[in-house]
Ligand binder design. Structure first.
Ligand code: NAP
Length: 345
């Protein structure tokens, strides 16, 4: 017979929008999971740009104050609700991007998630890696394959390639047998990007992006620009894409308003796709229906790639203890590192 009660655990919440200084760590009761839900004892959590945006109320969903925070975690199943079929107490699990962060947020000692927002952690991963792969690899699976139609022997321009999503994209493009041109604002991260698998690195503040891309591709342009910057670079990015190529936009790191490069897109018949990972995995809060088939496809690709070693996990820095979260967020906001910033419990 399952215990009906909750358990006391330390949970991060914020009562005002802003930066890491707004985070408060307090003890509260985490309920026993309701039907279809799983309670997880969190062992590690990693940061995504979305966490900072959510804390500042600049994300897809407004936080309901006092709000919890945090997407990406890994841990062990502590309790299961009625009807949960895929998990048992003690299983190692990683959260996947198929839930509303305004409703379920995870940066805590214990968290409760819907069953479909978890996957079994690949066996070869330790707890740090277990918390550091799902968001980037699931997002890129849909962006590169479903939308970008990535095939072998293509060339892909990956902007802000030192971002955690960008680094995962480098591995995926290389594993698919294609060439990566990576961008970073400065050349400081060039070595790290090459080590991650980039064939070419362009420092956008130091070099002419379009000129370099055309020199590398023999004037043809790239098959796919996989872009999370947009902003004033948009026109140059479109000018890097070949005729009938794809510009896949999944972020707006530079949100300054810019004229839409409609003429450049039209003249070369470049296909523009913008997307959120939730367009594929589902998100009730945003009225996006769940797509279990898309979720299963991505999960199979990611699990296989992680287990075979084809999809590596790059960790930038690990902060010890739950109290390390504000400093971890500060490091992320500085953007000096390359790879996942993780808090280990
Ligand atoms: N659509 C989706 O479903 C989805 C899913 C995941 C992430 N995203 C988006 O993808 C983007 C990256 O997220 P992440 O968590 O991977 O990021 P992250 O790990 O925090 O990486 C940020 C990197 O982006 C670069 N950058 C920061 N500000 C920039 C600016 N103003 N202009 C150009 N480059 C800038 C920096 O690289 P350099 O210093 O090397 O230039 C920085 O290291 C975000 O916009 C996020 O919202 C979208």
């Amino acid at each position: 017979m399952a215990p009906a009660g909750g358990k006391q655990a330390r949970v991060y919440r914020f009562n005002e929008y802003g930066g890491p200084e707004k985070l408060q760590l307090k003890e509260e009761e985490v309920p026993y999971p309701s039907a279809g839900h799983v309670r997880v004892r969190v062992e590690a959590m990693s940061l995504n740009n979305a966490d900072s945006l959510f804390l500042a109320n600049q994300y897809l969903e407004p936080p309901a104050l006092p709000s919890k925070i945090g997407y990406e975690i890994a841990g062990t199943v502590d309790a299961i609700g009625e009807g949960v079929k895929q998990f048992s107490v003690g299983d190692r699990v990683s959260a996947i991007p198929a839930f509303s962060v305004a409703e379920y947020a995870n940066f805590a000692e214990l968290t409760v998630l819907p069953e479909r927002a978890l996957m079994h952690t690949p066996r070869n991963l330790d707890k740090i890696q277990a918390a550091s792969f799902t968001f980037a690899y699931f997002t890129n699976y849909y962006g590169l394959f479903d939308l970008g139609q990535l095939k072998p022997f293509q060339t892909v321009l990956i902007t802000a390639a030192s971002s955690t999503t960008g680094l995962a994209a480098i591995s995926m493009v290389r594993a698919a047998g294609s060439t990566v041109i990576a961008t970073s604002r400065s050349s400081a991260k060039a070595d790290a990007l090459k080590k991650a698998g980039a064939n070419y690195v362009i420092a956008t503040a130091e070099e002419d992006l379009v000129e370099r891309v055309h020199a590398i591709t023999g004037g043809k342009g790239v098959d796919i620009a996989y872009d999370c910057i947009a902003g004033p670079m948009s026109e140059a990015i479109v000018n890097c894409v070949r005729q009938f190529g794809h510009w896949v936009v999944y972020g707006a790191m530079d949100s300054s308003p810019v004229p839409f490069p409609v003429l450049q897109l039209m003249v070369k018949t470049v296909k523009l796709d913008t997307f959120m990972v939730f367009d594929f995995t589902g998100h009730p809060g945003l009225n996006i229906p769940a797509n279990d088939q898309a979720l299963a496809r991505a999960m199979e690709y990611v699990s296989r790639g992680i287990e075979s070693g084809a999809l590596p996990i790059v960790v930038d820095k690990v902060f010890e203890g739950l109290e390390g979260l504000p400093d971890a967020l500060r490091r992320q906001q500085k953007g000096t590192g390359t790879g996942k910033i993780v808090v280990e419990l």
